[in-house]
Structures are given as structure tokens and as C-alpha cells.
Write a protein that binds this ligand. Structure first.
Ligand code: AMP
Length: 172
């Protein structure tokens, strides 16, 4: 399955700006076997620990995170770009591989001590996931694993996420 997933990912040079090789995961989403296989592997990164909530990062983390939450029979919580969530929020600023942003979470979305699987499609510099971890730390969540479909390991983003356990299905 891992090989099939790797073969399906499409490299798009110079998107959304020059010098970025964008990893397009839509060919995985549009193939039932691959999408299911990706969700199976993401769920396995919980290592058999009983998860209370899956938290997904805006926007492709919602797709994988929500499907993983449904598969595990648990709730899903979105970490969104600033200004999208309607209720009271905590916020954290971060730098992207291409730009800067602020992410938010509803302050009552995760309860202290809840076991969380944090999911995004891709780990680049690690800034986004680091900000999401700050939000979850502020709410008192216990992060069981930070799970990515893809890790661009040459960017060293994993170091920003220490001491949390990090898992990636595909490394580049
Ligand atoms: P970072 O904060 O640098 O780890 O960036 C991770 C976020 O930006 C993820 O939500 C990804 O969806 C997106 N991203 C960054 N670089 C890429 C890339 N080369 N291909 C696809 N998505 C990317």
C-alpha cells in the first residue's frame, strides 16, 4: 500500500509559487482503495491507544483526519486558519514553507487529559503542526501521535515537534 500511495502522489513544480514542489494528494482521494489504505495507515499510528479525538489541520488535514475519526468511532476537531471558527477560540501564529498565518481552535473542543491524534497531510517546516500542538497544549490535551501522510524530511520539521511522537506514512 505504501508504494501505491507513493506512486499516486503527483509532484507539481512551482505551485503555489516558484521553487515549491507541491505534493498533490488528490489522486489518493479520488481512488477508493488508496484513500481507504491511507486512512488505515493513519489510524495505525495511534499504536492501539484508545483515542478520544482526532484533530485535523486546515485544510487537507480535515479530509484525512475526519475519515480517520469516523473509522475510529471518535469525534473530529478542526484547527482552522484565523477567522473561520465561530465560537470562542485560542490562537497561535506560525510560519509556513510559503507564507505566514494564524491558526485557531475552539477553546472547548478538547478537554484536559483527552487523548488526541493530530493529523495533517504533509510535514514541511513543521510550523503549522507546532502551532497546532501549542493550541492543544493550552487545552491540556494529551497528544498520542502527530501523524502525516507525507514528510519532507529534508526540511527537518520533525525537530520542531519534539518531544511529541511523530509518524509519517511516506518520507521524502
Ligand atoms: P509547514 O508548516 O511548513 O510544515 O507546512 C505544512 C502545511 O503546508 C501543510 O498543511 C501542507 O498541506 C502545506 N504544505 C507545505 N509544503 C507543501 C508542499 N510542498 N506540498 C503540499 N503541501 C504543502
Amino acid at each position: 500500500m505504501v508504494g501505491k500511495l507513493r506512486d499516486a502522489i503527483r509532484d507539481v513544480p512551482d505551485f503555489p509559487k516558484e521553487g515549491i514542489v507541491f505534493k498533490d494528494i488528490t489522486p489518493i482521494l479520488s481512488d477508493g482503495e488508496l484513500f481507504k489504505g491511507a486512512i488505515d495507515l493513519i489510524c495505525e499510528t495511534a499504536g492501539g491507544v484508545k483515542i478520544d479525538k482526532v484533530v485535523g489541520i486546515d485544510a487537507r488535514g480535515f479530509i484525512f483526519g475526519a475519515a480517520a475519526a469516523d473509522r475510529m468511532g471518535v469525534g473530529f476537531v478542526p484547527v482552522r486558519k484565523k477567522g473561520k471558527l465561530p465560537w470562542r477560540c485560542s490562537e497561535a501564529a506560525y510560519a509556513l514553507e510559503y507564507g505566514e498565518a494564524v491558526v485557531e481552535i475552539h477553546e472547548d473542543a478538547v478537554k484536559p487529559g483527552e487523548k488526541v491524534l493530530l493529523v495533517d497531510d504533509l510535514l514541511a517546516t513543521g510550523g503549522t503542526a507546532e502551532a497546532a500542538l501549542k493550541l492543544l497544549g493550552g487545552l491540556g490535551a494529551e497528544v498520542v501521535c502527530v501523524t502525516f501522510l507525507i514528510e519532507l524530511s529534508f526540511l527537518g520539521g520533525r525537530e520542531k515537534l519534539v518531544p511529541h511522537p511523530v509518524a509519517a506514512i511516506l518520507e521524502y
